[in-house]
Ligand binder design. Structure first.
Ligand SMILES: NC(=O)C1=CN([C@@H]2O[C@H](COP(=O)(O)OP(=O)(O)OC[C@H]3O[C@@H](n4cnc5c(N)ncnc54)[C@H](O)[C@@H]3O)[C@@H](O)[C@H]2O)C=CC1
Ligand SMILES: O=C([O-])CC(=O)C(=O)O
Length: 352
């Protein structure tokens, strides 16, 4: 055989499709003995090729609690999957592209994380994303109701204050709704609050715990600085600075990115922190508590973010707000007003 023919043959083998058809004597990946049978949870990421999805996939591949990682998107998931799958950690990675592969992506999943949808550009509110993202979340949740109705859902797509009610309505319609299993991800607000409070106090952010309640947009993001751990007191000036910075944290990143998107890396970090807590809860660990936007009776609103205890069945206990000071009580009233409208908008989108 001529050298150039040999090279052409080898290149053909390296192409995965030709590899199978060209020469049966060569080992195929499907014939490998290792099938990734390590115990652990099966996790799907929907929107895995996006700005959040890619670093989120990377970090979930590193999570020892994950045995199978399904990466679904409507574009570019094969490349992201090939790339992530070469990491020498235990989770086995599979990629899924487009609506026709949604069933395979979701079947058997324990946890589904959804960062699918468009991000903000400067000058937009999160609510401006509703038009596009509401439909995306609806379609994906219809898939979850059909193919993995018992999975825990971590919903990241904005506006979270409306997309969580949308998901709830889709699941109700399908007869699969369990409020404990639907969690809107507000962890980035907590991550930011811990960081900014630690800066003000001059301590390590890992030692700080700030409850952030309400929702995930502007004034609905309500940090409870009177309940910070370790117990700390702040001047009025510090309270105004911290409250504004935490509420505008997303906008700070949108403006700095100047039209190229919103928070992706800190969000992937926050999403993994939250997903890991959900998986530890599923495993049966005691005392796993994080803030999340969930169906709630803490206020008169049907959904509200507070601390929740995560267990084998999802958000098993929803904590009350605790004592609020005058500043926080006034913030709560503003938050509830805006939240009520965003929640209703989500509900009406499905019931209309
Ligand atoms: N909850 C939170 O704290 C945060 C939420 N977000 C939100 O997360 C969402 C995603 O943000 P980025 O990753 O920066 O956006 P991106 O545009 O970089 O990525 C979104 C991905 O979703 C995919 N996608 C679109 N339609 C889809 C469908 N029907 N099924 C599956 N995938 C689909 C796109 O192809 C893309 O890969 C945005 O709505 C953003 O506002 C962003 C930061 C924080
Ligand atoms: O601000 C945005 O649009 C993205 C987001 O939710 C955040 O960074 O908190």
């Amino acid at each position: 055989m001529e050298a150039n023919q040999r090279i052409a043959r080898i290149s053909a083998h390296l192409h995965p499709q030709n590899f199978q058809e060209e020469d049966r004597s060569l080992l195929r990946r499907d014939d490998c003995r290792a099938k990734g049978g390590t115990p652990g949870f099966k996790v799907a990421i929907l929107g895995a090729a996006g700005g959040i999805g890619q670093p989120l996939a990377l970090l979930m591949k590193m999570n020892p609690l994950v045995s199978a990682l399904h990466l679904y998107d409507v574009v570019n998931s094969p490349g992201v999957t090939a790339d992530i799958s070469h990491m020498d950690t235990a989770a086995v990675v599979h990629g899924f592209l487009g609506q026709s592969q949604l069933e395979s992506a979701l079947t058997g999943m324990d946890l589904v994380i959804i960062p699918a949808g468009v991000p903000r550009k400067p000058g937009m509110t999160r609510d401006d994303l509703f038009k596009i993202n509401a439909g995306i979340v609806k379609t994906l949740c219809e898939g979850i109701a059909k193919f993995c109705p018992n999975a825990i859902v971590n919903l990241i797509s904005n506006p979270v204050n409306s997309t969580v009610p949308i998901a709830a309505e889709v699941f109700k319609k399908a007869g699969t709704y369990d409020p404990k299993r639907l969690l809107g991800v507000t962890m980035l607000d907590v991550v930011r609050a811990n960081t900014f409070v630690a800066e003000v106090l001059g301590i390590d952010p890992r030692d700080v715990d700030v409850p952030v309640v309400g929702g995930h947009a502007g004034v609905t993001i309500l940090p409870l600085l009177s309940q910070v751990k370790p117990p700390s007191s702040f001047s009025r000036e510090e309270i105004d600075y911290l409250t504004n910075r935490i509420q505008d944290g997303g906008t700070e990143v949108v403006q700095a990115k100047a039209g190229t998107g919103s928070a992706t890396l800190s969000m992937a970090y926050a999403a993994v922190k939250f997903a890991d807590a959900c998986l530890r809860g599923l495993r049966g660990d005691a005392g796993v508590v994080e803030c999340a936007f969930v169906a709630s009776q803490v206020t008169e609103l049907p959904f509200f973010a507070t601390k929740v205890r995560l267990g084998r069945t999802g958000a098993e206990e929803i904590y009350q707000l605790g004592p609020l000071n005058e500043y926080e009580r006034s913030g709560l009233e503003k938050a509830k007003k805006e939240l009520a409208e965003s929640i209703q908008k989500g509900i009406s989108f499905i019931r209309k």
